[in-house]
Design a binder for this molecule. Structure first.
Ligand code: ZN
Ligand code: ZN
Length: 377
């Protein structure tokens, strides 16, 4: 999914069966090291994805507190049973407002970090009033930086999400032809992902028929697929809270001009960019590899978004692969590679895979075909 146009939304997720309790200890170690670097005695986690990352709990309206020797989850009675199963955190079941319960638990600490990017101004003011403004320290990106590099249990969940989305697409494609609405195809694909074990789609599935593919963030509607017309599908699954994200572009019969040429250019850019992924490589360099190929072919102005983004608990997280990116690839990062060319009135071609940065290079986690013969149906 193209990140520039994305509005974040939280997907409901259920249990994370393959997250072992041991997975959390190394994560907490890294968080506590970052807390020491910032002179923090405690850290209040108000981003639900970060609560999940550190405890395995993903109910809504719940916060976590990381203290030097314990982790607390501040939640309410609705989640009592689920929380009883979370062994690595102590439980605070609140009776009143969540900020009051958190302030009570934080009373004995001095330097209390809050997540500036995940706290409203109003809630921060209430915490400051309860605890004293001097004790609150604004942090930004503390958890998202740690989450950049995935551990083995995270990678295995992303792999599982990829497997499910690929199988669901193959099953759906078997019944797809001209004359079907985008909304029907999207519904079928999402249903199949759920049947195969996904807790849901990792974002609103994009199915764009005919010229609609030129809109990178299109929402499927009543347009019908047609002979000799393209079909762009950008979809992903959530497994154990972790997202996958792929795009394929098809046609039924012939490709309208000049999309057959465009397909080959996008594929060339996609493959070259994947080959450029390796630890130590600047993210903007990988973007440039794809962008140069598209620009030299004369379509530079029709590739208006960044090459890719990190995936994990969020569908869009760091690092960003774009012209402006200052980040460098490191082992354990999982990034999408998704060049596209968009021609208004004709259609768009985008090809997207999820790639793991390894110690020595890269591993493509996706295995669906990409050759134009396969995409011509
Ligand atoms: Zn995508
Ligand atoms: Zn994407």
């Amino acid at each position: 999914m193209v990140s520039l146009f994305y509005t974040p939304r939280l997907m409901p997720t259920k249990a994370s069966p393959s997250k072992s309790e041991n997975a959390f200890a190394p994560r907490l170690k890294r968080v506590r090291a970052a807390m020491r670097d910032s002179d923090l005695e405690a850290l209040l986690i108000t981003n639900p994805k970060d609560v999940d990352y550190l405890t395995g709990f993903h109910g809504e309206d719940s916060w976590a507190i990381v203290a030097p020797r314990a982790v607390f989850v501040v939640s309410d009675f609705r989640f009592q049973e689920e929380l009883d199963a979370i062994k690595n955190a102590k439980l605070i079941i609140r009776k009143g407002a969540i900020d009051e319960a958190a302030a009570g638990a934080l009373e004995s600490f001095k330097g209390i970090g809050v997540q500036a990017e995940h706290l409203t101004v109003a809630t921060r003011a209430k915490l400051a009033k309860a605890l004293g403004a001097k004790r609150l320290v604004d942090t930004t990106g503390l958890l998202s930086t740690i989450r950049l590099r995935k551990d083995d249990s995270e990678i295995s969940l992303i792999r599982k999400a990829v497997r499910i989305q690929q199988q669901a697409l193959e099953e759906t494609l078997a019944g797809v032809g001209p004359g079907q609405t985008e909304a029907d195809i999207a519904a079928e694909l999402e249903m199949r992902m759920k049947r195969l074990g996904a807790s849901g789609p990792s974002f609103g599935t994009i199915v764009a028929a005919r010229a609609n593919g030129s809109k990178p963030h299109y929402r499927p509607a009543k347009t019908k697929t047609a002979k000799n017309q393209p079909l762009l599908i950008d979809w992903g699954a959530v497994v154990g809270g972790y997202c996958s994200d792929m795009t394929r572009t098809f046609t039924f019969g012939r490709w309208p001009k000049p999309l057959a040429d465009v397909y080959q250019i996008v594929l060339e850019a996609h493959l070259a960019a994947i080959d450029a992924v390796a630890p130590g490589v600047k993210c903007r360099k990988v973007d440039a590899v794809a962008r140069d190929i598209i620009t030299k072919s004369g379509y530079g102005e029709h590739f208006g978004h960044g090459l890719g983004h990190g995936i994990g608990l969020d569908i869009h997280e760091g690092p960003r692969l774009s012209k402006q990116s200052e980040e460098t690839l490191e082992p354990g990062m999982v990034v999408t590679i998704e060049p596209g060319i968009y021609l208004p009135g004709i259609g768009g071609v985008r090809i997207e895979d999820d790639v793991l940065v390894t110690d020595r290079g890269r591993r493509n986690l996706c295995s669906l075909p990409k050759a134009i013969d396969w995409a011509t149906r």
